[in-house]
Ligand binder design. Structure first.
Ligand code: PEP
Ligand code: MG
Length: 755
């Protein structure tokens, strides 16, 4: 027998009434299963809820033995119910016992039921439980009945997510959606943040599931689809004016999906079953997500992002909610959670309220990471699915050193992290105490500690950290966080503000280092096979002289009457420095001719970050005023490992003999020519690496402000002459070691050097 036509709508209406009744959770759940069973003419209807330990627990049943409720549990993957939970797909069987996955639980008495229909209870792509109906006789469940059950499961998903069922959970067996979860990502910016989730680009939470009037819901859906299409067309139209490129391709794919007949049909059918338009969008998206998430094809998985975004757009259209977080509603201790995020978006938030940042995509050298580091916000990246696991307002802890993220932590976990945060604050306090102590080793060698910067907010850290100077100012950050190309006047204003903010300390400005992984959102993206080996940094500056000229002019004007240091990135051949220097000289003449002031002292240098520099050291040292080693890029080129490619970036060690020998040769050459050589890559800020660099002969290191304290503490305990002798010995050995790290660690331990 079939459910009567109109049955699904009647069922939904009845369930909505039950949801509104002032009764306790168990009674409500029991009523729900009775109603589903009778509406679907099934002898059994049961609800299994997923617990945070991964087991599925029987929470309510009509038809099975009542004693089994809250007693029967199964593992994910165990039996038919476990199978549905792990595949997140419905399962309809007319002869359930013949299925190899069937395993019956004697306490339930289910062995007498032949046919079985089960659907996952899904929310935001997560399985929260399984809803099952069973019949004694053999029966084929038609597609419409599967859909009715899926729709009903959405109501249950809301009930589970609301936390109402939590009171029914056994001690120690919390419900997954509301229980504690421990997630692991990659630690990106050190620090411990405790606070509450703020979802960047909040998802629309669909609260109204059952339609009052199906015809008007269908009309709302159609209107929203029309508006969404129009907005995508407008985006493409705007894209056409700024030229072709990948951006446009993405939008075209988007348009294709928005017009996909299958997708639109599924949406309309879902509304026809009695759902509101937004609930229909969510249901269809739940199905698509479950299907695509299991796909092993990376292209298909990527499409999931597109579909998710389309569904998001539709939901925002339907509910009239904006995509932007209301800044006023952000709590005092906010932890931002985002699928992905650009650097400008992060700067839009009120820094004083942010305690941490968790991102689904995005590694250590992503641009948002650079900004998070400047702002001193603990950050963890590469945490898959976090935006679907948490909700705004959930308690959360971020550990940027280990990459651990604790969602809805238990009190003891929270206490442990609270202690960790306090310890860290005490350590920071100790480092602050070192601020005015000169960075001199135990045997009296001074190693200057400079600071890396890129934003105006960084300037205050110079004083706080006791940095000798700004050793690297990445001018591209201003370009990366802007919505459009910064004009010459804006560039001048930033450079002048920086110089004014640190009047008594030098600033080394690096000219625009864009291209490669540093993409400006408003510039046409080049389709390069190997962007790291492509058109980037000084190469762009020399090919587009107007761009570099404008920047040089802004720098020279900002530095009028004082010391200015300019550094060129990615110099590959000596003549590139000559050409850049000639441009600087032309600009000086131009400024003088027009009666402008120029710097009282000007120093020009290069980044040593392309290996070709290693075999041109003599030519280079005779030309430049200083050299700064870009170990991030030098390492990627020397070892042929893409710094952005997680599969290989951890494969080799920075303390490998070939890398250290290369670094040493630059330093030795600088000494011979009396040209100062510093290092400004990330390794300079890590105490053990900094210790190795000091022993190689480096007398200047530039690093993020927060690294200055730990590196100074290391230096104060180091006898650099002693380690230099040891290092020479280790580097002279030809035993094929892959890294000197264990030897250096052991040395630090024996000499009580904090690394
Ligand atoms: C480097 O390459 O080491 C460096 C300091 O520059 P960036 O990380 O900006 O490429
Ligand atoms: Mg570089």
């Amino acid at each position: 027998m079939r459910a009567a036509l109109g049955g699904p709508r009647l069922l939904l209406r009845r369930l909505r009434e039950i949801m509104a009744e002032p009764i306790n959770a168990q009674v409500r759940l029991d009523k729900i299963v009775i109603n589903i069973a009778s509406n679907m003419v099934a002898e059994v209807c049961s609800v299994y809820v997923q617990r945070s330990d991964g087991r599925l627990e029987l929470f309510a049943t009509e038809g099975l033995k009542r004693e089994a409720v809250h007693l029967t549990t199964m593992r994910a993957g165990e039996g038919l119910v476990g199978l549905i939970a792990s595949t997140a797909e419905p399962l309809a069987l007319s002869d359930a016992q013949a299925n190899p996955a069937f395993s019956f639980k004697p306490e339930t008495g289910e062995e007498i039921y032949q046919s079985f229909l089960g659907v996952p209870i899904l929310r935001g792509g997560n399985t929260l439980g399984v809803l099952v109906v069973q019949n004694r006789a053999r029966r084929v469940y038609p597609e419409e009945e599967v859909e009715v059950l899926e729709t009903t499961a959405m109501l249950l998903a809301e009930m589970i997510a609301s936390g109402e069922l939590q009171s029914l959970a056994q001690p120690g067996a919390a419900i997954a959606m509301t229980g504690a979860m421990s997630l692991k990502g990659i630690g990106i910016v050190e620090g411990v943040g405790l606070g509450y989730v703020v979802l960047h680009q909040p998802r629309v939470v669909v609260k109204k599931i059952v339609a009052e009037d199906t015809a008007s819901e269908a009309a709302r859906l159609d209107a929203a689809i029309e508006q969404m299409r129009a907005s995508i067309d407008a985006l493409i139209e705007r894209g056409t004016q700024t030229g072709p490129g990948e951006h446009r391709e993405i939008l075209e794919t988007f348009r294709m999906f928005a017009n996909d007949r299958g997708w639109l049909r599924r949406l309309r059918e879902a509304v026809a079953t009695g759902l509101t338009a937004e609930a229909a969008v969510e249901r269809v998206q739940n199905d698509a997500r479950a299907r695509l998430q299991r796909s092993t094809d990376p292209y298909m998985r990527e499409r999931l992002h597109d579909l998710d975004e389309l569904a998001d757009r539709l939901l925002h259209q339907l509910t009239g909610q904006t995509l932007i977080v209301d800044q006023a509603s952000i709590p005092e201790n906010a932890i931002l959670v985002a699928r992905s995020m650009g650097p400008a978006a992060l700067l839009d938030y009120d820094r004083s309220r942010l305690r941490g940042l968790v991102i689904e995509d995005g590694g250590a050298s992503s641009h948002v990471a650079i900004v998070a580091r400047s702002l001193g916000i603990a950050m963890v990246g590469d945490v898959s699915n976090i935006t679907t696991i948490v909700e705004t307002g959930d308690a959360i802890i971020v550990d940027g050193a280990t990459g651990d993220v604790q969602v809805r932590p238990q009190p003891d976990v929270e206490a442990a992290y609270g202690e960790k945060a306090r310890l860290r604050a005490r350590r920071q306090e100790r480092y602050r105490g070192l601020r005015d102590i000169p960075p001199v080793t135990k045997d009296g060698v001074q190693i200057d500690l400079h600071m890396n910067a890129g934003l105006l907010v960084d300037a205050r850290h110079v004083e706080e950290s006791g940095a000798a100077s700004i050793g690297l100012f990445r001018t591209e950050l201003q370009f990366m966080v802007a919505a459009q190309f910064p004009r010459a006047a804006q560039q001048f204003a930033l450079y002048k503000s920086i110089l004014d903010a640190v009047p008594d300390k030098p600033v080394t400005f690096r000219t625009l280092d864009i291209g490669g992984d540093k993409i400006l959102p408003y510039m046409t993206r080049l389709d390069e096979e190997n962007p790291a080996l492509g058109w980037r940094a000084l190469r762009i500056g020399l090919d587009r002289p107007a761009l570099l000229r404008a920047q040089l002019r802004a720098l020279l004007r900002a530095g009028a009457g004082r010391e200015l240091r300019i550094m060129f990135p990615m110099v590959t051949m000596t003549n590139e420095f000559d050409l850049a220097k000639a441009m600087v000289e032309r600009e000086i003449k131009h400024l003088l001719r027009h009666g402008h002031g120029v710097p009282s002292s000007l120093k020009l240098g290069i980044m040593a970050e392309v290996p070709s520099v290693l075999w041109q050291l003599d030519e280079i040292m005779q030309r430049v005023d200083f050299v700064s080693v870009g170990s991030n890029d030098l390492f990627q080129y020397v070892m042929a490992v893409d710094r952005e490619n997680k599969r290989v970036s951890g494969r080799y060690d920075l303390l490998a003999p070939p890398v250290l020998r290369a670094l040493k040769s630059i330093c030795v050459s600088g000494e011979a020519y009396k040209i100062p050589v510093t290092l400004c890559g990330e390794m300079g800020g890590r105490p053990i690496e900094a210790m190795a660099l000091a022993a190689l002969g480096y007398r200047g290191l530039s690093m993020s402000a927060s690294s200055i304290g730990p590196v100074k503490a290391m230096l104060l305990a180091l006898d650099v002459a002693d380690l230099t002798v040891k290092m020479d010995g280790w580097l002279g050995r030809l035993d094929g070691s892959t890294t000197l790290r264990p030897l250096l660690k052991d040395y630090a331990q024996r000499h009580e050097i904090p690394v």
